[in-house]
Design a protein around this ligand. Structure first.
Ligand SMILES: Cc1cc2nc3c(=O)[nH]c(=O)nc-3n(C[C@H](O)[C@H](O)[C@H](O)COP(=O)(O)OP(=O)(O)OC[C@H]3O[C@@H](n4cnc5c(N)ncnc54)[C@H](O)[C@@H]3O)c2cc1C
Length: 366
């Protein structure tokens, strides 16, 4: 018997789950309250990187990279740019260096001259630097558009109010248009996941985090056949957690800061404007190759789990599965597959249960 499955949320994770289910012969309805791909998955460009603190997540990234190649082959598009991803700063270099020699990953040291070659917009820097050549910038809009096309008419524009597993089996899904019962439900609703989990009696401890980035054109005259993504934990340019990724065929570059502590909404009336100023200061220090006059800002609230910035997990109640975490775009193909496994097997797989705290482990634990 074919299972009746609902996916709630048409961000990259819900769409990836729907794609994986369809490939296994399981048709699903995808419920979305707004524009598909318009929430945390919105905007242009995300970094694909292998570097993670948790070796289990590194392995997930390797599997995901393979998944990106499968999507590229199916959609006939390049979804990850060949620019690579560079890390600077001792901690990040030590972390990425541990993965050198792992299958599918090529890590190289960069001297100052090579550094200028891979990221010509960066100010002079002569500290430790490594590049992961199989990483790069994800073409987010192409990815979302391709996944939407593949999910096609199964996309339902409805807001879901509650998800309740029934004692007699199946899961009741209530929307403003009425009630339906499915054999299995995947909730990948981003900022809406914790509220929907609460309707099923589950506590998902995701916290809102402010995320702001500036996208700037390259300064006149700079040609950049290659613009590597950047993770800067060096503090050399005044910030200990900055990142960058190319957009628009390397004509623009997006720069953002990752905050280490959640924003206190009660205490901080306008957390995003302070973040915008810090990002602009960082660009002024670190990126003389960008035209600051052309900066455009992009703001979103993201959802982080308390144990790590890259933390993620899947909660289960009956046949309903709820995924939460941050920095999920790069892992979307592997997460889609993990969620399809949940539906097929009726349980959350190894490493993904909340008690596994995926993202928390440090490399030394390997
Ligand atoms: C500026 C920025 C930079 C980032 N950089 C990176 C990066 O470099 N690399 C990386 O991997 N990740 C990055 N991330 C994080 C990544 O983009 C997100 O983790 C990912 O897009 C989350 O996808 P999602 O499908 O889980 O959530 P979303 O994209 O938020 O999708 C959830 C969907 O569910 C819908 N929904 C919610 N509630 C309901 C409801 N009740 N009924 C129906 N629909 C509902 C929403 O409308 C939304 O469309 C970044 C995020 C931002 C904002």
């Amino acid at each position: 018997m074919t299972k009746r499955v609902a996916v709630i949320g048409a961000g990259v994770v819900g769409l990836a789950a729907a794609w994986a289910l369809e490939r296994r012969g399981i048709t699903c309805l995808v419920f979305e309250q707004g524009a598909p791909g318009g929430a945390q998955s919105g905007g242009e460009s995300r970094i694909f990187r292998h570097a993670h603190n948790d070796p289990r997540q590194f392995e997930l990234a390797v599997r995901s990279r393979q998944g990106w190649r499968e999507w590229e082959a199916e959609f006939g598009l390049d979804l990850i740019s060949p620019d690579g991803s560079m890390v600077i700063g001792e901690a990040a270099v030590a972390r990425l260096g541990k993965y050198d020699g792992e299958p599918g990953v090529r890590i190289r040291e960069l001297g100052p001259a090579q550094l200028r070659e891979v990221l010509p917009i960066l100010a002079p820097y002569d500290g430790p630097a490594l590049i992961d050549d199989a990483a790069g910038a994800i073409h987010t809009r192409l990815t979302i558009a391709s996944l939407i096309t593949s999910v096609g008419l199964n996309l339902v524009p409805e807001r879901i109010e509650s998800v309740r597993p029934r004692p007699e089996g199946g899961v009741e899904v209530v929307s403003t248009f009425g009630d339906r019962v499915f054999d299995s439900v995947v909730v990948a609703a981003g900022a809406g996941t914790a509220d929907l989990a609460a309707t099923a009696g589950l506590k998902v401890p995701s916290q809102p985090q402010a995320h702001m980035r500036l996208t700037l054109p390259l300064a006149g005259g700079i040609k950049a056949p290659r613009l590597a993504c950047l993770q800067d934990s060096s503090g050399f340019f005044g910030e200990a957690a900055a990142y960058g990724s190319p957009v628009q065929g390397n004509r623009e570059y997006a720069v953002g800061l990752a905050l280490s502590t959640p924003v206190d909404l009660a205490a901080d009336a306008d957390p995003l404007s302070g973040l915008a100023d810090r990002t602009a200061d960082y660009v002024a220090e670190a990126m003389p190759g960008l035209d600051r006059g052309g900066a455009v800002s992009f703001q979103r609230w993201v959802t982080e789990l308390p144990w790590a910035a890259d933390g993620l997990a899947i909660w289960q109640r009956g046949e309903a599965f709820f995924i939460a975490g941050h920095n999920l775009f790069k892992l979307a193909p592997a997460l889609g597959s993990a969620l399809a496994d949940c539906v097929e097997n009726g349980e959350v797989g190894r490493h993904f249960r909340p008690e596994d705290k995926l993202g928390e482990a440090v490399l030394e634990a390997r």
